[in-house]
Design a binder for this molecule. Structure first.
Ligand code: G3I
Length: 401
């Protein structure tokens, strides 16, 4: 059915009949005349704006399926790539002195083979996705000082090994490292703007045993590792979510990254950018998105929208895995697609070209979304057919260079 629609669309566009032939048009009627003409299969996200790199977070397993719609979509549409899970500490540093780099090379190999502009590294230090040798430190028969020293050693070794490995093993056609940026620390703050603490799933083992200085230390280790591997251009990011809904959190992040900005290793600042995840919902306001981006722009650092998706469910519905009715979906999709456009518009409007690090979408289609297919959060549907979101996002990027 889809193929038939696509073919009919291509034919009607070729003969200029599309504007009146709504029956054959796969774009919903509510999108307006403008979007009927935008529904062009040749529109490519990475070509939408020369000053915004467009990325996707991908799964190595899915990417490895040669000929799949998933792989072909990633290859064609994006020029920046993030590993959704395959470069987290539990994926790479599988036991205390063992790093699993070769087994996790699908994504960097793919980026190199298909001429991607950049791999974004996600993530060096996080309170989640930790290997057992790190989490076991909690219950080890040792003093808190010994636990602190052990964790610092584990952090330093992991950062050194990982930064050096990607610097040395994946180069672009000009011989420069293809991995150009790392999330050094991820999600240090809770929604009240307080550093995560405690031993629960929302707590941070790094904070518990090292204290607040773990953030600065991680950035220092990362800059030292970049300098040691002769990679002065590696960009180091602080990554978090919620800038758009918690003023307290975004102020805490703003203050922390400003502190880090003044610190140096080998004559270079230890931080280059702020990654805003931007996991938002259909009813997030454009004003909140703009305020969040503006605040991060005011740091003077690079600003990266690092994990964009727009969930059709509220937080409560997401937790309950609520199945939305057809009419709720239809109503919310109207806001969702407009918000995709608004985010692209806000980013290019607020962030000057020299502070942009691009926009990366979290996942490709609704079927591989981190929130499940019921969230309908992505640009592509279950079969990797473009949703109207795609065209609105594309249009938002086109508004200005
Ligand atoms: O790999 C195992 C597999 O062997 C096992 O069979 C399966 C059973 O549940 O689990 C698999 O691991 C899961 C992994 O995703 C791969 O699917 C983990 O349990 C699950 O916790 C993990 O979730 C990821 C989550 O981060 C935690 O690392 C999500 O896919 C990923 O989308 C999400 O990404 C985060 C960013 O890193 C940070 N920002 C928020 C974002 C969304 O939550």
């Amino acid at each position: 059915m889809r193929n038939v629609s696509v073919t009919l669309l291509a034919v009607c566009m070729a003969v200029g009949a599309c504007k009146t032939d709504k029956l054959n048009n796969p774009v919903p009627e509510d999108t307006g005349e403008k979007y009927h003409t935008l529904a062009d299969p040749e529109k490519i996200l990475k070509e939408s704006n020369a000053n915004v790199l467009i990325g996707a977070a991908v799964s190595a397993t899915q990417l490895a399926e040669v000929g799949s719609a998933y792989r072909e979509t990633v290859k064609k549409q994006y020029n920046c790539i993030t590993a959704e899970n395959d470069m987290k500490m539990n994926a790479l540093n599988t036991s205390k002195y063992v790093w699993n780099f070769a087994a996790k090379s699908t994504i960097p190999q793919f980026a190199k083979e298909f001429g991607f502009s950049r791999i974004h590294g996600h993530v060096l230090v996080w309170h989640r996705a930790l290997p057992a040798h790190v989490t076991d430190v909690k219950t080890a028969n040792a003093s808190n000082t010994q636990k602190r020293d052990t964790l610092l050693n584990m952090m330093r070794r992991h950062i050194n090994k990982t930064v050096a490995y990607y610097t040395n093993n994946f180069k672009n056609s000009s011989g420069q490292p293809l991995l150009k940026s790392w999330d050094v620390v991820n999600e240090a703050y809770d929604d009240a703007g307080v550093l995560r603490t405690g031993n629960g799933t929302e707590g941070s083992i790094w904070m518990n045993y090292i204290g607040e200085s773990y953030i600065e230390t991680a950035f220092r280790y990362a800059r030292q590792a970049a300098n040691a591997s002769n990679n002065p251009d590696l960009k180091l990011f602080y990554n978090d979510y919620g800038h758009e809904y918690s003023v307290a959190k975004r102020n805490a992040i703003y203050n922390k990254v400003n502190e880090l900005k003044a610190m140096t290793e080998g004559g270079k600042s230890i931080i280059d950018g702020v990654a805003m995840q931007m996991h938002i919902r259909y009813n997030t306001s454009k004003a909140n998105v703009e305020a969040a981006i503006l605040k991060m722009k005011q740091t003077g650092l690079k600003v990266f929208i690092a994990e964009l998706d727009i969930n059709l469910r509220s937080a409560t519905e997401q937790t309950a895995n609520t199945v939305l009715s057809a009419s709720e979906i239809a109503t919310r999709e109207i806001l969702q697609k407009q918000l995709y456009k608004d985010v692209a518009d806000a980013y290019t409007n607020i962030v000057p070209v020299n502070q942009r690090w691009g926009i990366t979408l979290w996942n490709v289609g609704d079927g591989d979304s981190a929130w499940g297919d019921g969230a309908r959060a992505c640009l592509y549907d279950l079969t990797y057919f473009r949703k109207t979101n795609f065209y609105y996002f594309f249009d938002g990027l086109k508004i200005r260079l």
